[in-house]
Write a protein that binds this ligand. Structure first.
Ligand code: KMH
Ligand code: ZN
Length: 272
């Protein structure tokens, strides 16, 4: 197995500061959180930005400030979201790319998202993939549901996505694929052979699916975007607390952590 890449999704777009008082909101808070997560064992950060009042934002200045600060204080792989928040326009969702991140998320399909719809029709996905390629930004393909995998494979066949892409299985969104071991195994088995993948899961399923990822040779995404609790009834004190727990479990299970430099090599960001 490769060393374990821990990605931390610091803030997302759905959780509110009222639900999680330690949610990083401003660029300064995102940068401090990223620094703490790097110290705890993370190799990659998945980034959304927020307005000062905590609402989701697509302001390119906020992306640039956060990315520049994370780069100045860490060697983390920086991945911006192009999912943004439900209802954002295509232009808004692409704003993070102006910060010249290493990677960006790319969701190859539309999915019900709670009571709303996360809108990713085929032409939008193609445009996003083309924009990333033209900027030299590597996609992380976010699989919320089974059918998205087939679309990703189709785009690989068309040459729009690399045949050795990195996937993130995001399980347990209401409307998407459920967060259980059987689904995770099925999706992993169906990934193209040269793929790498991490596993993220929503809410109380985050920890068991993360542990499944450690044991099965996949990588892990943790963080407040997917789950705000450390244990039932006890909110996590920070993103770093969630990262540190994954690092401890990986250590106990004999799976070394990837440094950001090792993660770059594993993901083909620096050439093998
Ligand atoms: N906030 C969700 C609607 C991504 O970052 O690419 C989409 C999302 C996925 O979070
Ligand atoms: Zn996200």
């Amino acid at each position: 197995m490769d060393p374990l890449i821990i990605t931390v999704a610091l803030t997302g777009a759905e959780v509110t500061p009222a639900q999680q008082p330690h949610l990083p909101v401003t660029p300064a808070e995102l940068i401090d959180a990223a620094v703490a997560c790097r110290a705890a064992g993370a190799a990659m950060v998945h980034l959304h930005v927020r307005a000062a009042d905590g609402t989701p934002s697509s302001n390119p200045d906020l992306f640039r400030e956060a990315v520049a600060g994370i780069r100045a204080r860490t060697d983390l792989i920086v991945q911006v979201s192009t999912g943004g928040a439900v209802g954002m326009s295509e232009v808004e969702r692409l704003n993070g790319l102006t910060a010249r991140p290493d990677m960006a998320s790319l969701t190859p399909g539309t999915v019900n998202f709670g009571t709303e719809v996360f809108w990713n029709p085929p032409d939008l996905v193609r445009r996003f993939a083309e924009r990333m390629r033209s900027l030299g930004v590597v996609p992380e393909i976010e699989i919320f549901d089974h059918g998205m995998l087939a679309t990703a494979v189709k785009l690989q066949a068309e040459g729009l996505l690399s045949s050795s892409a990195h996937f993130d299985l995001v399980l347990g969104v209401p409307g998407g694929a459920p967060a259980d071991f059987e689904t995770a195994m099925l999706l992993m088995r169906k990934l193209p052979q040269a793929s790498t993948c991490s596993i993220a899961a929503v809410g109380r399923n985050q920890l068991p699916l993360n542990v499944f990822a450690i044991l099965s040779g996949a990588h892990v995404r943790t963080g407040f975007e997917d789950n705000i609790y450390y244990a039932p009834g006890r909110r996590a004190a920070s993103n770093a607390e969630l990262v540190a727990r994954i690092a401890r479990i990986a250590f106990e299970l004999g799976r070394p952590l990837a440094t950001p430099a090792e993660a770059r090599w594993i993901l083909g960001l620096t050439g093998r």
